[in-house]
Design a binder for this molecule. Sequence first.
Ligand code: 13P
Length: 261
Amino acid sequence: MSNRTPIMAGNWKMNLNHLEAIAHVQKLAFALTDKDYEAVEVAVLPPFTDLRSVQTLVDGDKLKIKYGAQDLSAHESGAYTGEISGAMLAKLKCAFVVIGHSERRQYHGEDDALVNAKVKAAYQHGLTPILCVGEGLDVRRAGNQVAHTLAQVDGALKDIPADQVRSIVIAYEPVWAIGTGEVATPADAQEVCGAIRGRLVELYGQEVADEVRIQYGGSVKSGNIAAIMAQPDVDGALVGGASLDAEEFVKIVRFADQAVG
Ligand SMILES: O=C(CO)COP(=O)(O)O
């Protein structure tokens, strides 16, 4: 049994404006209890434009929910129109930043070198990366999911020292399972999450690898979370669509399809 604290994070993607964000976080705050926060680290990952509102709410009401951004710039500051720096996110007291989500790799051409630069930028500003990796359908059909995902891990972690890596969160998100309703089987999730931990052992040793939290992401819902969380190398979930429903997300935080209240 590991002593890693599970981490459930809601990636809102490009959903919820800042007013909706406030209402949503209030619902989560109302439903989640101290007991929940003792058992699980809970985070929301809203769009950039919501972060100030979420910060004000969390600070003002001393909420235990954490928050972070969905991306950051690899650059420090300057003439990079449209980019948001790690320093800006740190100033808003973000705990986390998602890096290398498959939607950014696919639609914005982010490669392993850029992902690696973003991981470095995150650590420079005390932000914990939620590093996303995972294979597409073609790779899965060819049976190359482990090799493909480990190559992404190697690329993202190049030159990142062990004392930083121990705090990272790695999200295994098979692209074919994202937003499709086609969740990976618990065994599929364990196969790749276990291989990721194995690679961390090779790169950084057992002690560091044992501290790293590895999430599964892709069509997670309250009805399938318990079986996924029962896998030894799965320490949480990165939840997309289901995190936009406060009641459903609270059920996921509690690992089960049970009544909220
Ligand atoms: O991409 C995801 C989280 O980052 C998963 O999205 P869904 O939960 O909507 O499949």
